[in-house]
Design a protein around this ligand. Sequence first.
Ligand code: B1H
Length: 777
Amino acid sequence: MKFEKEISSFLELEYGKTPQDATPTQLYNAVSKAAMRFLAPSWHKQPGKKRACYFSAEFLVGRLVYSNLMNLRLLEKCEDYLKQHGIDPAVFEQIEDDALGNGGLGRLAACFLDSAATHNLPLDGYGIRYRYGLFKQYFKDGFQKETADDWLRFGDPWSVCRPQEKVMVEFGDQKVWAVPYDMPVIGFGGKTINTLRLWEAQGVNEFDFDLFNKQQYELAVKERDEAEWISAVLYPNDDTPQGKRLRLKQQYFFSSASLQSILREYVARHGEDFSFFSQEYAIQLNDTHPTVSIPELLRILMGEYHLPFDQAFTIVKDTFAYTNHTIMAEALEKWDVNLFVSVLPSVYPYVVMIDDSLKRELRSCGILGGDQEKYKIVCTNMVHMARMAIYATHSTNGVARIHTEILKDRVLHEWFSLYPDRFNNKTNGITQRRWLALCNRPLADFITQKIGDGWITDLDQLERLRPLADDSTVLAQFMEIKAEKKKELCAYIKEQEGVQLCADFIFDVQIKRLHEYKRQLLNAFCILDIYFGLKDGRVKDFYPTVFLFGAKAAPGYYRAKGIIKFINEIARLINGDPKMKGKMQVLFVQNYNVSYAQKLIPAADISEQISTAGTEASGTSNMKFMLNGAVTLGTLDGANIEIVERAGEENNYIFGATVQEIEEARDSYHPKKLYEENPRIKRVVDTLIDGTFSDGKTGMFKELYDSLLEGADWHKADQYYLLLDFIPYCEQRLKVNRDYADRLSFTRKCFLNTANAGKFSSDRTIMEYANEIWDIG
Ligand code: B1H
């Protein structure tokens, strides 16, 4: 049946509706289901080919309907269909994102799936089907509030439940079913369709009839409720894992279920001869969250199939590879041994076996006694997951060049000395399908007009734009597209936030999770400094600017919430000051997510990437901004380094201490001295305590003030060097502002960022994984 017919017939059958009187949710389900029918014949695994499996606690896929239709080449058909029935094709913007991830790590997983399917690489994702994704955020009196993300209320037409493929997962105190929901991962052009398999936890018995008959209703459903808890909510901490029992259960739940389903497939082909296993499967561990898969595979091979340790461990090592995403000490996962044993009593012995094997290997390398401490997997009553992930795999990679170097030189230096060949870099990337073709159609069309549409699957072709960088008509068109996207964003923000922004201002944007190391507070201080400078005449000829923020703070991250409140207070002061009219506006948008990013990024002139050098492993929004023609105002951190290496330092704005300079400053750093000696620093920092702003008597602002000048029990003063980088940042920001006034030469910089963004396609990244780690190229 024709796609359009399929939509109408679904509406009629399921809802008894015509397109005109269907609700957006009904239309969404009908369109999606029609597309599912359309793709079904191509959704199968190519036999006899090695497959890679991406194990990840998070897949931040965002809104699927438009991207899936685009990749199936059905988007225009769908839009025509809607228009014919008098419906705005933007109707699906009411459908919320699938937000089954926190930030960069989960979004990277989603980009990888898109890239692999597009390039016909057999890569499947395995994770958790959280009942509630990342919380929704709104502001009340400038404070962040959270509500549950009930994403399934729109239905889930892109998943197929496969109850016949459920598996049992056993904990020390509980047994549950893991039921798979498969989502098609549609490559561009629709030829290859891979699978994202997400597991839902269900009770083994619906309810206990005996208890029910004894009228003990609550007890009767207790077992089921406790099972469902496991896949109920995504932990909302980006970068700081919580050592909680339920979190460990989640990790084991999807690790064990995924391995069981892979082994079931394998055994159906080869019986119990596991000698081909690592030739047929590669498993990538997305950070340490799925690392319990390592002892679990060992347990299955040894405990259930009776392989000897050495043979089983070789299979494990050859199969698994590990990606590290952060060097922040607090993010390196450790589990209390007692907790681990009580949740996973049958897995723990295999952790000990791995640790014993490690000790034998250390001994054979001449590492003895106390020198073994820093390697031990079980150490001071903790299970160190990163150590296990490095020791029991054949590959450990970082996510940007500098990040990998820091891992090798510092954080994991002892491991690098032992296994130098295991370490490798895979600089992150982003999919240009979502982050250009879909989110910025005017720019996509413009590029296609100039160089053809090959860039959609081969982003290096953007290089062919370079010769056009000196053509002023081309630049004028480029500028016009940015202006158009700014207007669109203003209309959207007016609707969402009730704030009217000026579309002809500079758009300066910082969007990412809220974290001290990302330094949104530094951005805020700098805005205040410009504000004061404008008021006292120190800052002249300032090109009017909109300063935009978008960020969620982990609900338990008190300081991050204080920073949100502070920025909202700054926005209130500045936006309410009549003298600032026509000069600057500040806005913190609510509920920043993937779909919001798709609107903000194409409208940005300036991409704020200002983390303390050495703290942001890579960053990926930096790449999205670059691709959409914004200049980077940033530090030499993460992938920023590779971005300016490609696009040219002269086309970007780099400032601040380098990793080495931070290192050298560390011991003698005295933020209070900077504060006392520099009146500009003092003035902005003092706004935290001098009554300029109110934190509603929470003490939040005073706590921020102390964190900068006094430190706390667990860290020294200003641990992220805001005051060190403050003046260089302000100066560079004013320089971008001055440069912007020369519209043509500034647009040239933006244009050259787009033209040089080829390297940052996740197509490149995924091919490196495929060739250099998985051997599926
Ligand atoms: C990144 C995380 C992360 N690094 C723990 N680490 C989490 C750690 O729920 N948890 O416990 C969740 C997330 N996320 C990010 O990964 C880095 O900060 C970015 O710099 C990087 O671009 C991204 C993808 O590699």
